[in-house]
Design a protein. Structure first.
Length: 635
């Protein structure tokens, strides 16, 4: 790749996928075109990435969408020239001389040195091979691999342009990052572009804004979701759904604070093992005032919090330490186990601003969290029960395109806590259950939590992207770190095992994916507005209001459109608002106690009595059906 920071060994390069080679080569074609169009451009790096490639460039001209056609036209010329990609090994001195002459990342020598290439060269270890690739007049510092000729890269498109700090460092120059994509043929490219268009139509950020479900405000902070009333209704419906399951299965609901002492997280291992993903520690007010009087530096404060010489608190990154303390507050016998504690607990993680994305990547999110304290003999049944909850949720919502990942530790990594023996027990327990689950699954070392292995449900959305949602984890380590115990049948203390589980994963991400899954057209039981009454005229206003009161008294989320608009406009507005059912009332319907039922997707469903429709609707809601209970009238 053009960034030697990500260089591969020769063996790894030879194993690179054909598509990666193609996209990496197309990144060089993009760079060649940019240098032809703007000869003074300074190039940084241009790797292949998921779904395409990019190249970072320092350029006085601000590249915009209006330039894409020009860039693509120049790239097509380079493809038509069918230039050969030629690899050459050079010494460090040769490479530095080329960079000093401006010949790296350029169409031949220039009067200005290739400053970013010089920096990249300085990052390459002394014992590592240095290579350059040339196509036509263009030469770049690059570890490869590439396709044979530029003529192999015919199906490409420039997608977007964004800003990016060099090497991701905020203290370094801001560059323009030009994104593109490339496929082996035009058909695959068009299919990819069609998926992108579908993703744009379903984008939960746009739909959420149009439907009034949530908002993100700079004054509150990026990555922090404000649930608006309609979005809160969707979330509450999901919470009610899983709460019914938990009540049936014997879970106890608990509530815990949003912060805790640093010592709590030192014991759990979240601090410092999870330090990079956390918000900074919080010092007590008196401590800060004292340090200010002593003219202590910020570094001294932070070091004191880190080492424990200064008392501090932390926004909780996980709920488990709090639930552990609830368990530890009482004595337990083996007869009490399993103890199942559940909470819709809000946690906080520090995500880089460039990684945030609507509801799917946030800094504060609520988990449908639970922790089960059980005997070793009970692990299997508890894990099976947790997996069953996840399958029930995904099945009810028809999110059936998923795979299961058994996330294990990397034995060579130091990020995991606990003994190898405990890890072996936990991994064996999960492996047994995932085999019996009957779903597509893989083992992936290095993906475990720092305290234990887990089973993750990786759901493919409507356009093929994968998201981690539900998770079930087995943990021998935190009970040991907190010295938890229960009294066994032998009247001696024994160590419980913890099962962590979150079927939704987080309410924010799950809701964001649901918005896209249904394109905002929620099934009736989830819809923030389930029914809208559409009176044809003011003459039936009293009957319409009486109907609204009757339905609302039965827990139906129903509204009345009392505007003076014509009925066609009222129907159109209800469909734009994605309301599942519309009840049209005219003079005849009012006199006969009936309603003309319409569905946002199915259209006219015929005339029914209000009581009959209400009864069928309640059955549909109770069963949490995806499709409407009513069907179009047969003509």
């Amino acid at each position: 790749m053009s960034e030697h920071k990500e260089r591969k060994t020769l063996e790894e390069r030879n194993q690179a996928s054909d598509l990666e080679r193609l996209r990496h080569s197309c990144a060089h074609i993009l760079a060649t075109a940019i240098c032809r169009l703007w000869p003074n451009a300074q190039l940084a790096g241009g790797p292949a990435v998921e779904n395409g490639f990019y190249y970072d460039v320092d350029l006085d001209h601000k590249i915009s969408t209006e330039d894409f056609e020009t860039i693509e036209a120049e790239m097509k010329k380079i493809v038509k020239e069918n230039q050969t990609f030629e690899r050459r090994t050079v010494t460090r001195a040769e490479a530095l001389a080329m960079a000093a002459s401006g010949a790296l990342g350029a169409n031949g020598p220039r009067s200005v040195p290739s400053q970013f290439k010089i920096d990249l060269l300085e990052r390459i270890p002394d014992d590592e091979e240095i290579t350059v690739y040339a196509n036509g007049d263009f030469t770049d510092l690059c570890a490869g691999p590439h396709v044979g000729r530029t003529g192999n890269c015919k199906a490409f498109k420039i997608m977007s342009v964004a800003s990016a700090f060099y090497q991701g460092d905020k203290t370094r120059p801001m560059l323009q990052r030009v994104y593109g994509t490339c496929f082996p043929n035009k058909t695959q490219l068009e299919e990819h572009l069609a998926r992108i268009e579908e993703a744009r139509k379903r984008d939960h950020r746009r739909i959420g804004r149009e439907m009034g479900l949530f908002t993100i405000d700079e004054a509150v902070g990026q990555g922090l979701i404000l649930w608006k009333p309609k979005g809160a209704l969707v979330r509450r419906s999901l919470q009610d759904f899983i709460t019914e399951e938990l009540d049936r299965l014997g879970y106890s609901q608990v509530y815990t604070p949003h912060i805790g002492k640093l010592d709590l997280y030192r014991t759990s291992g979240h601090f410092p093992y999870y330090c990079e993903s956390q918000f900074p520690p919080i010092a007590e007010r008196e401590t800060i005032e004292r340090l200010c009087k002593e003219e202590a530096s910020c570094a001294e404060l932070f070091n004191g919090l880190t080492t424990g010489t200064i008392e501090g608190y932390m926004l909780k990154p996980m709920n488990c330490p709090h639930h552990i303390k609830i368990y530890a507050s009482d004595a337990h016998s083996y007869r009490d186990l399993p103890v199942r504690l559940a909470e819709f607990g809000t946690v906080y993680r520090w995500e880089q601003s460039g990684e945030l994305g609507g509801m799917t990547r946030v800094r504060g999110f609520t988990q449908d969290d639970a922790h089960i304290f059980c005997t070793p003999e009970q692990i299997g049944q508890e894990v099976r029960q947790c997996l069953g909850i996840v399958k029930t949720i995904l099945g009810t919502l028809q999110m059936n395109d998923y795979r299961v990942r058994l996330s294990l530790r990397d034995p060579d990594s130091s990020k995991y806590v606990g003994s190898p023996e405990n890890w072996d027990l936990a991994e064996a327990a999960l492996r047994k259950e995932v085999v019996e689950l009957g779903a597509e699954w893989t083992e992936e070392p290095g993906e475990a939590a720092f305290y234990g292995p887990k089973i993750d449900f990786i759901v493919r959305d409507c356009i093929g992207r994968e998201w981690q949602l539900g998770t079930v984890q087995v943990d021998y380590n935190l009970p040991e770190r907190f010295n938890l115990h229960y009294t066994g049948a032998d009247n001696k203390p024994h160590r419980p095992v913890m099962v962590h589980r979150a079927p939704f994963g987080s309410m924010e991400r799950f809701t964001g994916l649901l918005i896209e899954h249904f394109e905002g057209k929620f099934p009736t039981w989830l819809a923030p507005e389930q029914v809208r009454i559409l009176p044809i005229s003011e003459k039936v206003a009293e009957a319409a209001e009486e109907l609204r009161r009757t339905f609302a008294a039965q827990g139906i989320r129903i509204t009345l459109d009392a505007t003076p608009d014509k009925i066609g406009a009222k129907i159109r507005n209800a469909q734009l608002d994605k309301v599942p059912y519309m009840l049209v009332i005219g003079q005849r319907e009012a006199e006969e106690g009936k309603v003309s039922v319409r569905h946002r997707d199915l259209g006219d469903l015929g005339t029914h009595s209000g009581a009959d429709f209400l009864a069928a609707l309640k059955d549909e809601l109770a069963a949490r059906l995806i499709r409407p209970a009513f069907q179009p009238v047969q003509k």
